[in-house]
Design a protein around this ligand. Sequence first.
Ligand SMILES: Cc1cc2nc3c(=O)[nH]c(=O)nc-3n(C[C@H](O)[C@H](O)[C@H](O)COP(=O)(O)O)c2cc1C
Length: 206
Amino acid sequence: MEFSNIIQQRRSVKSYAPEKEITDAELAELFQEVILTPSSFNLQHWMFIAVKSPENKKKLKEAAWNQQQVEDCSVALLVCGKLDAYKDAAEIYKNAPQQVQDNVVPMINNFYEGKEQLQRDEAIRSASLAAMTLMYAAKNRGWATGPMIGFDPEAASKLLKLPENYIPVMLIVMGYQKDEPRSRDGRRSIEEVVKLDSIDGPGLKA
Ligand SMILES: Cc1cc2nc3c(=O)[nH]c(=O)nc-3n(C[C@H](O)[C@H](O)[C@H](O)COP(=O)(O)O)c2cc1C
């Protein structure tokens, strides 16, 4: 599908055909694209928990205000962010030229160590970018998705056994769309959301 069509046709889908399954091979193909998402210093702060079993989808639904799409989707993906991803720098850069390793690894450490707010911001930033890649890559393959923040993060973390250094960033349900979503409405115009030169500058005209 042409990329512009993917962007225009992607919707947040809430209604899924429960009988449709997704194979691990299909998921793996999709994630080969997702892992190409950019991240600061290439630290790849993301982790995805792919929940496919009916039992865990049902439990996750209960932790998500009983939103039915969590049970009916083919896979519910908890997109997580790694708070201490900066500690992986040496491993990530191990095949880089020695000079690059010697410069970049201490630089990354200095940049993040002791800065909890920044670590959290980066985890959320990277995981969110990956989430968007995931939704577009899924759409390109004929899968519908729905991003969700309507869940109890502590209950989801406990259910899916997240350790302390991972935070749930959002849940993405994915599957075969059953009903058409409502027509798109309430989008703010580019004139409202794009300002030229400074925020008090004129809005960009279409
Ligand atoms: C971070 C995030 C969290 C969301 N949480 C929920 C949710 O818990 N339940 C839900 O039905 N929709 C949720 N949505 C979907 C939004 O309502 C939807 O993206 C928005 O209305 C725009 O619709 P569209 O994506 O179809 O263009 C969420 C979207 C985002 C990006």
